[in-house]
Design a protein around this ligand. Structure first.
Ligand code: V47
Length: 369
């Protein structure tokens, strides 16, 4: 349906979004002031309408989904981020580190229809370089055709230090062992102020962006994320999105943007609220509108909640991730979502949102039924 431009602009002006509706309809890039206005507007339905318009222009009625499994191979971590409920020291109760055999078995026993394994974990410098090569080989030997999407930039940074070799050599080794692409985690909020306060042991924005850029230039794809709902300001959220967009202009290596709503339970920040449904939808919509150069916006139901994830398909998201299973990071932080969704449930959710489901592989190639 064509949007009536003058009506929309009138409404946008009332909502404090002068000029933004026109830019969106023309396909003109939004600037930081526009991003902030989108975070501040009280006309949420208008925001959703604009984001859905862009989604439809880019993807029509298609909504992608994938059949995947998660393997969080260790919760040993030396970063001690305040937002994390997953991390343990090796001697803590509940600490674990999967052997390559256990990684193999977890994948061999998982859904035979899965096309992707998503492997991320904590960072523990005593884990040897060979361990990372072995878990990749184990994944591939369990299921040779599976796409191994593994490691955040934070894990890669540690693996490179452990290897004592240049990044490009490490990436070549990891690729040979089975690495197909990388994940989007570990970026958190790029604000140096928030980092110093809540995750001072983790790499800063410059290093995350530098590594992501190098990985793209080496031919790998990954995703990009923003962890929101801690103590960041709206300006800091817009700045984060701007930095992702700047890198994407240079490399085109991000496939999808995934806003990650902060889950406070069992963390040092458990006094903070879990972002409300409207804040979660707003984050999806602003991602779609601001990141004009990132092809896909992913609704990760584990953190959005299932009903908000389904609703977000009309707020700019065009991808519902995934069947998942065995996820620990959010579930340790109190996520009340199930451990797994069946393909049938994903199809039902997508069709219920009025979209046409298309199964994809990790690189967004449709999978023929
Ligand atoms: O880096 C950790 C975040 C990320 C909490 O690339 C938390 O396709 C909220 O990156 N509350 C890991 N968030 C997950 C991730 C991801 C998820 C789905 C798909 C993809 C992809 C990547 O989760 C971490 C951190 O930013 N996180 N703890 C928490 N309590």
């Amino acid at each position: 349906m064509e949007l009536a431009v003058s009506q929309l602009e009138e409404r946008a002006a009332r909502a404090g979004l002068e000029g933004i509706a026109a830019k969106v309809l023309e396909g003109t890039r939004l600037d930081a002031a526009d991003g902030l206005a989108l975070y501040q507007t009280s006309d949420l339905p208008l925001l959703g309408l604009l984001a859905d318009h862009v989604r439809e222009r880019m993807h029509g009625e298609t909504c992608f989904y994938n059949v995947n499994i998660h393997v969080n191979y260790t919760n040993w971590c030396n970063k001690f981020c305040s937002f994390c409920a997953f991390q343990r020291r090796p001697k803590d109760e509940g600490a674990y580190c999967m052997s390559p055999e256990q990684v193999h078995d977890a994948i061999a026993e998982a859904n035979p229809e899965a096309t992707e394994v998503h492997m991320v974990a904590g960072v523990w410098p005593a884990l040897e370089y060979d361990y990372f090569l072995e878990i990749l080989r184990a994944a591939k030997s369990a299921r040779p055709s599976i796409h191994v999407k593994a490691f955040t930039m934070v894990e890669i940074d540690q693996i490179v230090k452990t290897a004592g070799k240049p990044l490009l050599d490490v990436l070549a080794d990891l690729k040979e062992a089975g690495l197909d692409s990388l994940t989007g985690g570990g970026a958190e909020i790029f604000s140096e102020r928030v980092r110093q306060d809540l995750y001072p042991n983790k790499m800063g924005a410059e290093r995350w962006l530098e590594l992501a850029g190098e990985i793209h230039r080496a031919g790998f794809r990954n995703n990009c994320t923003m962890l929101y709902g801690m103590t960041e300001t709206l300006e800091e959220r817009v700045d984060h999105l701007g930095r992702l967009r700047d890198l994407q202009d240079k490399t085109s290596g991000f496939q999808a943007y995934i806003p990650l709503a902060f889950h406070p339970a069992n963390t040092k920040l458990d006094h903070l609220p879990y972002p409300s449904p409207d804040e979660r939808l707003r984050s999806i919509a602003i991602g779609r509108l601001f990141l004009d150069n990132v092809p896909h916006v992913k609704a990760y139901w584990v953190m959005l909640g299932i009903s908000v994830a389904q609703t977000s398909l009309a707020w700019g998201a065009n991808d519902l991730d995934g069947t998942v299973s065995q996820e620990r990071i959010y579930h340790d932080a109190g996520a009340e979502t199930p451990e797994i969704l069946s393909r049938e449930r994903l199809l039902h959710l997508i069709r219920g949102a009025g979209r046409v489901p298309v199964e994809r592989d990790t690189l967004y190639k449709p999978i023929e039924a």
